[in-house]
Design a protein around this ligand. Structure first.
Ligand SMILES: NC(=O)c1ccc[n+]([C@@H]2O[C@H](COP(=O)([O-])OP(=O)(O)OC[C@H]3O[C@@H](n4cnc5c(N)ncnc54)[C@H](O)[C@@H]3O)[C@@H](O)[C@H]2O)c1
Length: 434
């Protein structure tokens, strides 16, 4: 073999290479030889990291070589899982993501760290030339998201977002109907997201200040955020309910259902011009202080109205497009439409496909195949950026108690300097967004 898979990825500049593994890269048994697989490092082994890593290991053209977590217990579990899969003890384990990024033999990384760490880890990965699976929402603030977009584009790495609904049949069918014109001219979109808080880690009762456990480097876990006392209930998994680290249900879910809404509108690189959102918040000093109920009204190009709501019975969870001639509603495991016939198909029949919509079918395979072929994934970084912006703007509208005027082309809040300050946040030394 003159060109290894890794060299092939690095050398290839052609976008139209078909997504196939050349026969020469396969062994006698038809599987891809280890030396020709895309090599992967997995950063973050909490709620989402293990599933992402299992899915990546399940691909015949990818191989996980290393794991990283700053919690020693999570890191040990990660190594044990990867070694168990490959039946060896080869997986390298790092506490510091920078050491993993420095490995020249690693082509790609899956990132599943809390939102307050997204920007630093993703920009480091892009600058190290790694192809990236990054989680939604793209980052904790819009300015951090812009830094990720720039690093990914400057370094020409392949980005896939964990907005995996795009690779699931009923979401694809819904978008193909909407984009195919079956509901006429779109007038309105309703996006329903969860409300309240959910005790993912089962730690709600561990709600007092204690010393951090020995296995966790808590100072580093807090990273660029403000240092606050260790309380188990707002660290692993439940960090998303405190604004120092995450953005509550609104930002946890915007990258799923607003992502699908934009796809149906054919507005992956567009956004709202006005955003007005009201919500209910716990006391800022509460254990979990993120918004529990919210409703945002947004104006999109062509006069389309979007409602993004959590905890409002009139807006069902998922995405619903309402047009001049009908409507389509989609959620996980759910599909409904004004035309009952459309419910019969799992996939839109070819003779009904009027719009040329990107079909993936497997979000992880799509990422690795696109990294090899140097093609855009189904959810590239600009899409992730624009899918999360409406959530960030809803939060800014609530915190600033104002209607936001958004210049989507310049990505600026106009006429409201106080609200514009919330596009970014301070970083705790020594962390800096480079
Ligand atoms: N796509 C989806 O459906 C989906 C579902 C759940 C979570 N997520 C996303 O995945 C990300 C992680 O969420 P989670 O629920 O798994 O969080 P989690 O708290 O369960 O896990 C995060 C892990 O990252 C580790 N970590 C934190 N900072 C780190 C750093 N600097 N370097 C290395 N490791 C670090 C933690 O110790 C922890 O093990 C979030 O962005 C979340 O939005 C996506």
């Amino acid at each position: 073999m003159s060109t290894s898979r890794r060299q092939f990825i690095k050398k290839s500049t052609v976008f139209a290479i078909p997504v196939i593994i050349p026969a020469s890269a396969r062994g006698a048994d038809g599987t891809v030889a280890p030396s020709n697989r895309v090599t992967v490092g997995a950063v973050g082994w909490g709620m989402q990291g293990p599933g992402n890593t299992q899915s990546t290991m399940g691909l015949d053209n990818a191989q996980v070589l290393a794991v990283c977590d700053l919690d020693k217990t999570h890191l040990a579990k990660a190594k044990e899982t990867v070694d168990g899969f490959y039946k060896n003890t080869d997986c390298a384990a790092y506490a510091d993501y920078k050491e993993l990024m420095a490995r020249k033999d690693i082509d790609a990384v899956t990132l599943a760290v809390p939102d307050h760490w997204h920007a630093l880890v993703a920009t480091a990965a892009a600058k190290a030339g790694k192809h990236i699976w990054g989680e939604k929402p793209l980052a904790r603030t819009i300015v951090e998201q812009q830094a990720i977009v720039k690093a990914v584009e400057d370094n020409k790495v392949t980005w896939q977002t964990g907005s995996w609904q795009r690779s699931v049949d009923n979401f694809t069918k819904a978008v193909e109907l909407v984009r195919g014109g079956y509901i006429g001219e779109i007038k309105e979109v309703q996006v329903g997201l969860p409300s309240g808080h959910h005790d993912f880690a089962g730690t709600a009762s561990k709600n007092t200040v204690t010393p951090p456990p020995a296995e966790l480097d808590y100072d580093k876990w807090v990273g660029p955020s403000q240092m606050i006392d260790y309380i188990a209930a707002r660290v692993h998994r439940n960090w998303r309910w405190h604004y120092n680290f995450g953005g509550g249900q609104l930002l946890d879910w915007v990258g799923h259902h607003v992502d699908i809404a934009h796809w149906g509108l054919d507005m992956d690189n567009s956004g709202p011009s006005t955003v007005e959102c009201q919500g209910e918040f716990p006391d800022p000093a509460a254990l979990w202080n993120t918004c529990t109920k919210y409703r945002g009204e947004l104006t999109y190009p062509k006069g389309i109205k979007m409602t993004i709501a959590g905890g409002h019975a009139d807006i069902a969870g998922g995405t619903k497009w309402i047009g001049s001639e009908g409507w389509v509603y989609v959620n996980r495991g759910a599909f409904d439409a004004s035309n009952a016939d459309w419910k019969r198909f799992r996939v839109l029949p070819d003779n009904m496909r009027k719009a040329d919509i990107y079909r993936s079918g497997n979000h992880f395979k799509n990422w690795i195949d696109c990294a090899i072929a140097k093609k855009p994934t189904i959810t590239p970084v600009q899409t992730a950026h624009h899918s999360a912006i409406p959530g960030h703007l809803c939060l800014i509208s609530m915190l600033s108690k104002s209607k936001i005027q958004w210049d989507a082309a310049k990505q600026e809040i106009t006429g409201n300097p106080e609200a514009a300050k919330l596009l970014t946040r301070g970083y705790r030394a020594p962390w800096q967004l480079g």
